[in-house]
Design a protein around this ligand. Structure first.
Ligand code: ATP
Ligand code: MG
Length: 225
């Protein structure tokens, strides 16, 4: 008699939206199809056509946490999210490949007509609203600008319009949301894409199942760029 399988399936943590959509072709390249759509299904655990691989759907900023604690074996997270996560939890996550998906840029934006160049100089003081507190703090510290950081969890574009902040630090891809809210991008902080992240214990203990998927993701993202 074969021994009972007590292994839980290999678990991949993804966020809905851009990252999920752009991961599907990578999964397909690894021979894996997701059999349910997270936009219409209310399930947070999605099966795939591969019985030993399941996908969990979590908030983008929670993906590193699930992987770090081993609740997911691997995941895909934006460098924006990873940078903030690493400030609180250094080490513990293996980040083997830049998948080059969900590309955008982290930048500073202000209200149209706001004189950013005049407001930003050595020794000046600025109020910045952002979800990306670490990236914002380091960016302005390097310029010698004092900032009062106001942590927000979404709809950052609103902050300069209602007088909560002088500027925001946020992700931009097409710039459409900024334009719709009469904001302009005044500085790029860094380019963003998503990385594969892997739990270190899982990499050791489950490498026979994990490594082929990691390799397929790497090959697929190379061929797409
Ligand atoms: P939620 O929408 O649940 O509040 P979120 O806004 O942090 O969470 P998403 O909007 O799903 O999450 O974005 C997830 C990731 O997609 C980001 O962390 C980033 O790496 C990437 N991304 C790429 N382009 C953009 C963009 N224009 N705006 C936001 N995120 C983007
Ligand atoms: Mg969002």
């Amino acid at each position: 008699m074969s021994p009972a399988r007590i292994d839980k399936p290999l678990t991949l943590a993804l966020s809905k939206g851009r990252i999920f959509d752009e991961t599907l072709p990578l999964l397909e390249a690894a021979g894996i199809r997701v059999t349910e759509n997270p936009e219409t299904s209310r399930k947070l655990i999605l099966p795939t056509d591969s019985p030993d691989l399941q996908i969990i759907i979590v908030r983008a900023s929670d993906v590193p946490t699930y992987v770090q604690y081993g609740a997911a074996d691997f995941g895909i997270a934006g460098k924006d999210v990873l940078y903030e996560h690493m400030a609180q939890h250094p080490g513990g996550l293996y980040q083997p490949i830049d998948l080059n998906i969900a590309r955008c840029r982290l930048c500073v934006a202000v209200r149209e007509g706001f004189d950013y160049d005049a407001a930003v100089h050595q020794g000046s003081r600025l109020r910045i609203a952002t979800k990306y507190v670490r990236a914002a703090r380091e960016h302005f510290a390097a310029k010698g600008v004092h900032v009062d950081l106001i942590k927000l969890y979404g709809s950052m574009e609103l902050a300069p319009l209602v007088g909560l902040a002088d500027a925001i630090v946020d992700l931009v891809s097409s710039g459409g949301t900024l334009r719709a809210n009469h904001l302009v991008e005044v500085e790029e902080i860094r380019e963003i894409s998503s990385r594969l992240i892997v739990n270190q214990a899982a990499l050791k203990m489950r490498s026979a199942r994990l490594q082929p998927i990691i390799d397929a993701f790497g090959r697929a993202s190379d061929s797409m760029t």
